[in-house]
Write a protein of this length. Structure first.
Length: 155
């Protein structure tokens, strides 16, 4: 079976989004009874809505998804994975000459950190962010957008 393209991964037929109800040990450990596992396309949709000069973090995306689905939280693992899928799907469309890119470089990890798993790694994301006027600094092994909080988009 041929490997799925990034754009096929962005629109899977797998029953997502899905609300999960936690019980027992998981409920006691996490303290929240409901969590949404989002669909990749809805993560992409939020990422697309971030205007030039603005930023969003995966935490903000998770908050929006939880609110949209009426849950206590959104799955951090799948939300993070779906930002990466959206980024590669956007690059795939660009390579194929199809427009409408997702400005994935405007989506940061928690704390304003760049995502080294995006296409071209942190150096590409840094270059794209700096071209939009953001300042990126290195802290240890991490790259952080300075004052990213002041550039967060209101979504």
């Amino acid at each position: 079976m041929p490997r799925k393209t990034w754009n096929e991964k962005l629109h899977p037929d797998n029953g997502l989004p899905k609300v999960v109800h936690r019980e027992g040990k998981r409920l006691k450990k996490l303290g929240q009874d409901t969590m949404v596992v989002p669909a990749p396309a809805e993560v992409d949709e939020i990422m697309r809505s971030v205007a030039k000069g603005k930023l969003v973090t995966t935490d903000v995306i998770r908050t929006l998804l939880a609110k949209r689905h009426g849950t206590a939280s959104a799955c951090p693992l799948t939300t993070g994975m779906f930002t990466i899928i959206a980024a590669f799907a956007s690059e795939e469309r660009a390579t194929e000459g199809k427009g409408n890119p997702t400005p994935y470089w405007r989506t940061l990890k928690s704390g304003g950190e760049l995502n080294d798993k995006y296409p071209g790694g942190s150096s590409n994301q840094r270059s794209l962010l700096e071209s939009e006027g953001h300042r990126v600094t290195q802290r240890g092994k991490k790259f952080i957008v300075e004052n990213y909080e002041s550039a967060l988009a209101v979504l």
